[in-house]
Design a protein around this ligand. Structure first.
Ligand code: SF4
Length: 300
């Protein structure tokens, strides 16, 4: 039993998905383009803002729900995913998307990702990856390249970056994609596909921070980005998806290496929320556990 979130559609222009609050991001921040791409995706899908919630954590990018007309929840650092899971399970008819940064997603919030992915909860996770903690003024994040100098690593970080794409493929996400904020049209199309996907969809967006990350800039990425669409037609081929995803960080060691964008992987599997809905139907009116009796045992 699949649930639809795209009911009650409306016809709105992309700019009509924006709230009246002006973004406080620095001029040139990649997150502007991500916001525009989300608005484009919503408009092209006819999303009713009254049926959509955007959940964020803490960080520059996590201010995004404030600029949107849909419902929003600016939650705690690292906890946007469990908040969104709770929302989706209690209100499965809503479109629930998560917009967070790389530090929030992969560091303090990293423990939540495998479980949301393996359960295939119908959520769209959009990570704006600027490879740095920007709100706290330049510390190395889990995706910073080795050697990146930050305010507390003046000699360069000793850590190797994680690869979010290979991680999400391993965790069992049923939709895995990468986009680049330098191309909002393609990014909007990928976000649209992610929202349409029934299940846990993950979109990593390379979204440069021109204020604090002077290495991973728009100018750096623009000549290196390439589309995988022609190269990788069978989106259900997980091994091929993994191979391409693994090459995504080669550029940090080899200046000639390219950076892939597009949809890497997409398969259909029953969603967690649809399984819960099926259980409710199956056991409606039957002997349900006496929760009060169960809880009283723990209290005793
Ligand atoms: Fe964007 Fe960086 Fe400014 Fe934060 S500090 S708003 S990430 S440009």
């Amino acid at each position: 039993m699949e649930l639809t979130v795209l009911n009650n559609t409306v016809q709105l222009k992309p700019k009509e998905y924006r709230s009246s609050i002006e973004p406080t991001w620095c001029p040139g921040c990649g997150d502007f383009a991500v916001t525009a791409a989300i608005c484009n995706a919503f408009s092209s899908l006819g999303v009713n803002p009254d049926n959509a919630v955007i959940v964020s954590g803490i960080g520059c990018s996590s201010r995004l729900p404030l600029w949107m007309r849909s419902f929003g929840f600016h939650s705690c650092h690292g906890r946007a995913v469990p908040v969104a899971v709770g929302m989706k399970l209690s209100r499965p008819e809503l479109l629930v998307a998560i917009t967070i940064g790389d530090g929030d997603a992969y560091s303090i919030g990293g423990g939540h990702l495998p479980h949301a992915a393996r359960r295939n909860i119908d959520l769209t996770l959009i990570v704006m990856d600027n490879q740095i903690y920007a709100l706290t003024k330049k510390q190395a994040s889990p995706t910073s390249r080795e050697g990146m100098k930050g305010s507390v690593t003046p000699y360069g970080t000793l850590d190797s970056p994680i690869n979010p794409l290979t991680l999400m493929l391993t965790y069992g996400a049923t939709f895995v994609a990468q986009a680049f904020a330098g191309n909002p049209k393609v990014t909007g199309d990928i976000i649209k596909q992610a929202i349409e996907h029934k299940g846990f969809s993950f979109v990593s967006i390379i979204s440069p921070c021109p204020t604090f990350n002077t290495i991973d800039t728009f100018e750096y990425y623009r000549p290196r980005i390439y589309s995988i669409e022609d190269l990788h037609a069978d989106k259900t081929d997980r091994i091929k998806a993994y191979e391409i995803a693994e090459s995504s960080l080669d550029h940090t060691k080899n200046p000639e290496a390219k950076v892939p964008v597009g949809v890497f992987y997409k398969v259909d599997k029953p969603t967690y929320d649809s399984k819960i809905a099926a259980l409710k139907v199956k056991y409606k009116g039957t002997n349900t556990p006496d929760l009060k009796a169960i809880y009283s045992k723990f209290r005793a």
